[in-house]
Design a protein. Structure first.
Length: 240
C-alpha cells in the first residue's frame, strides 16, 4: 500500500471557504503552534496554508479532524512552487541541539534571524499535543503529527514580525490574518485534481457555483472537466 500520493490535500469545515479558495486561491492564515516540544498551550503563530500528502484510502481520520470539504492539487504543480515545502519532523531529543545552533549563530550575527525563522517555522514535532480541532481548543495528547505528512505554503518577502507572532499574551490575530490576503496562492484550475464535499446533496450546489465562478473564463470542456473532479466524503468512505 502506498504511503503517499501525487496529490496535496487541504481541508476546511466550511463549504463557503472551499468556494472562496476556488475563486481567490489559498489565503494564508496564522496557525497557532505549541512549539517544537509539542507541549502546552500555543506559543506562537505562523502564516501558512497546510496540506497533507495522504492517499484517499487513508484520509478519513484527517477529514474528521480538519473538515469535510477539501481541495486536492497536483503534486507536480506544487513542487514547482518554491514556497510549498514539506515540513521537517523532529523528535524531542534533537530539539536542544537545534536551540543551541540557533542561539550560537544569532549571538554572532542578528542578520541571520530572518533565515532562521524561515527554517524554524517549517519544523514540527513528531508527536505532541494538538489544540486545533475544527475551530475548538480540544486537547489531544500524544497526537502523531508525522501521520499527516504535512506540506506548508508560507508566503515569501515577509518581515520578521510577520513571519512569527508571539501569542502567549492572547493577541488577536484577525488583523494579521487580513494582511495575509495579498499573499494568497492562486492554483490553476487545470492543477486541481479533487474537489471534496461533505455529502452528495451538496453536489448540485457545487456544480452551480462552478458555473457562476468560471463560465465567463472557461470553455465548456474546461468546466465539464472541473466538475468531474468532485468527490464526496461518502464516496471516499465507501469506494477508497
Amino acid at each position: 500500500m502506498t504511503l503517499s500520493t501525487n496529490t496535496l490535500f487541504h481541508f476546511t469545515d466550511n463549504i463557503d471557504v472551499l468556494f472562496k479558495i476556488l475563486e481567490e486561491g489559498f489565503w494564508p492564515k496564522y496557525s497557532k503552534e505549541t512549539g517544537w516540544k509539542g507541549e502546552g498551550k500555543p506559543q506562537f503563530a505562523i502564516p501558512m496554508v497546510s496540506f497533507c500528502n495522504i492517499p484517499l484510502s487513508q484520509i478519513g481520520k484527517h477529514i474528521n479532524y480538519y473538515g469535510n470539504y477539501g481541495i486536492g492539487v497536483s503534486m507536480e504543480w506544487a513542487v514547482t512552487e518554491e514556497n510549498i515545502q514539506p515540513v521537517l519532523y523532529v523528535t524531542r531529543k534533537v530539539i536542544p541541539n537545534i536551540y543551541d545552533v540557533v542561539k550560537d549563530d544569532l549571538n554572532e550575527s542578528k542578520k541571520n534571524k530572518s533565515r532562521w525563522l524561515f527554517f524554524l517555522t517549517r519544523i514540527k514535532p513528531y508527536k505532541g499535543w494538538n489544540w486545533k480541532r475544527k475551530g475548538c481548543e480540544q486537547i489531544i495528547d500524544d497526537y502523531l503529527y508525522y501521520d499527516e505528512r504535512e506540506w506548508r505554503y508560507t508566503p515569501e518577502s515577509l518581515s520578521e514580525t510577520q513571519q512569527c507572532i508571539d501569542v502567549r499574551k492572547g493577541i488577536d490575530l484577525d488583523h494579521y490574518h487580513q494582511n495575509m490576503k495579498e499573499h494568497s496562492l492562486k492554483v490553476p484550475l487545470s492543477e486541481i485534481k479533487y474537489i471534496i464535499l461533505q455529502s452528495e446533496c451538496e453536489r448540485i450546489i457545487a456544480l452551480n457555483k462552478i458555473d457562476e465562478l468560471f463560465e465567463k473564463q472557461c470553455t465548456l470542456e474546461q468546466l465539464t472537466l472541473l466538475k468531474s473532479k468532485i468527490l464526496t466524503c461518502e464516496q471516499i468512505k465507501n469506494d477508497f
